[in-house]
Write a protein that binds this ligand. Structure first.
Ligand code: ARG
Length: 482
């Protein structure tokens, strides 16, 4: 997580600034006689949240100013004063010296007010041919675009650790489950690569979202466009957008991009929660398939023997935050008429919170995987429970004895029932006992019932056979890690 993206403090309005003497806002107060009440200021201000957009706001203003000069809308002299002022503000913000003030409402007006302090009335020319409505949409997209790129890399790191672990466990056998019941043996490498695929789709969703959002709202102004001869292609290029948005009303009120991000984030969070749940099961006393490191577990303040998978538990729980954020923003946008309304100011907090939480969750997941040790022996022994290779027996009856699969299924069921009544597994059941149900069976059946043979045979594309998993790890590395 970037330091600069943490929420710094906002200077509180001084105690003398009460209802009576707060004064009229210098940036929009022309038609007002009195200032807003303290309560109005508090509910209206977003600076404690949107100060995270400071650098994006400066980037947008800088591009806008260059464009105004190029188009002859403001003079080159005024433009260079403004640009100098913006650069100074950039330095102040980077050094943590900038004082964000609640009386200036939001990041846009905080920066513009500071610009006026620095360069005087010429600062007032910067807001020509734009509005905070197109400004905030632009800033927010620039911010989210960058965060998506960061998340993409973090997901890639998690995929890489999973692939490294999968490579080490191409032929490590564990019981594969359906309904939480032993179903068929699988390899651990295969199991881990399942998460690599889920995460690959998460990355795909995020990059789709990024591609769709990458249109420049700047120049839409308040809602209707602007009479000034602006060049939207210029700011589009300067800010790295693919094209300008096509409709000004849409551009200032569209928050699809944030919603789409939160939906993708929720699905990513879901995947992390499923993985976390497996880790929690795998470290539990009855499983002990894996061990998590000291770095990602905690002790109990009362029970000295404990090692708790708290990080995994928090990952499991935290998807709720992303879904809550998504629900929150859906309800902000629901039934909102065109174009901008202040409701939309509520869009940032859920997105910021989701990005922060996901960055932390991905780092924790990556750390847990990197550090974890696998107890091969426990996994292998666990696969001996039940009649886990019964499907192999049925398949053998089909392939070798040419039984129809349905009949093979029934015969195998009877053999399983017999073994169960004798209290033995399939491989310990004497041949004579098997032959009492299917006389054509021979000694050769036993080698079909081992765990190794079971996984080795499942070498259809996408299957669990070590040979397949080996190829799959190489393919995953090429596709996702490079
Ligand atoms: N702080 C505002 C927001 O985040 C900026 C846009 C304000 N526009 C306005 N017309 N009041 O939405």
């Amino acid at each position: 997580m970037k330091e600069s993206s943490r929420t710094p403090e906002v200077a509180p309005a001084s105690s003398s600034q009460n209802d009576a003497d707060m004064g009229v806002n210098s940036l929009w107060g022309g038609r007002f006689k009195g200032g807003p009440s303290e309560i109005m200021r508090q509910i209206n201000a977003s600076i404690d949240i949107d100060q995270r957009l400071a650098m994006q706001d400066l980037a947008g203003s800088t591009a806008h100013c260059h464009m105004l000069v190029k188009q002859g809308i403001i003079s080159a002299e005024d433009g260079s004063q403004i640009l100098e002022g913006l650069a100074t503000i950039g330095t102040e913000i980077a050094r943590g010296e900038f004082v964000f003030k609640i009386e200036h409402e939001d990041i846009h007006m905080n920066i513009e007010s500071r610009l006026a302090e620095l360069i005087g009335p010429v600062a007032g020319r910067l807001h020509t041919a734009r509005s905070r409505n197109d400004q905030v949409a632009t800033d927010f997209k620039l911010w989210l675009r960058e965060e998506i790129d960061g998340l993409n890399l973090s997901i890639q790191s998690l995929q890489e650790q999973l692939i490294i672990l999968a490579e080490a466990h191409i032929d490590t056998i564990l019981p594969g489950l359906t309904h939480m019941q032993a179903a068929q043996p699988v390899t651990l490498g295969h199991h881990l690569l399942a998460y690599v695929e889920m995460l690959g789709r998460d990355r795909g969703r995020l990059s789709d979202c990024r591609a769709r959002m990458n249109e420049n709202p700047l120049g839409s102004a308040a809602l209707a466009g602007t009479p000034y001869p602006i060049d939207r292609d210029f700011t589009t290029r300067a800010l790295g957008f693919d094209r300008p948005t096509a409709n000004s009303l849409d551009a200032v009120s569209d928050r699809d991009f944030a919603l789409e991000f939160l939906a993708a984030a929720t699905i990513l969070g879901l995947h992390l929660s499923r993985f976390a749940e497996e880790l929690i099961i795998w470290v539990s006393d009855n499983f002990r398939y894996i061990q998590l490191s000291d770095r990602f577990t905690t002790g109990s303040s009362i029970m000295p023997q404990k090692r708790n998978p708290d990080a995994a538990e928090l990952l499991r729980a935290r998807v709720g935050r992303s879904l809550a954020a998504f629900t929150n923003l859906v309800l902000v946008v629901k039934a909102l008429p065109l174009a901008y309304a202040k409701d939309l100011q509520e869009d940032k907090e859920p997105v910021f919170a989701t990005v922060d939480s996901l960055n932390l969750c991905l780092a924790a997941a990556t750390g847990m995987v990197k550090d974890m040790t696998v107890n091969r022996e426990r996994l292998y022994r666990a696969a001996f429970t039940g009649f886990i290779t019964a499907t192999d027996l049925a398949d053998y009856l089909v392939m070798e004895l040419k039984l129809p699969f349905r009949q093979a299924h029934r015969v195998t069921g009877e053999i399983v029932a017999l073994a169960e009544s004798l209290g033995v597994g399939l491989t310990e059941l004497p041949l004579t006992a098997m032959q009492s149900i299917e006389p054509k069976l021979t000694e050769a059946v036993y080698e079909q019932l081992t765990l190794e043979s079971s996984v080795a045979k499942r070498n259809s594309f996408g299957g669990t056979a070590p040979e397949r998993v080996k190829a799959a790890t190489a393919a995953a590395r090429k596709k996702y890690v490079k």
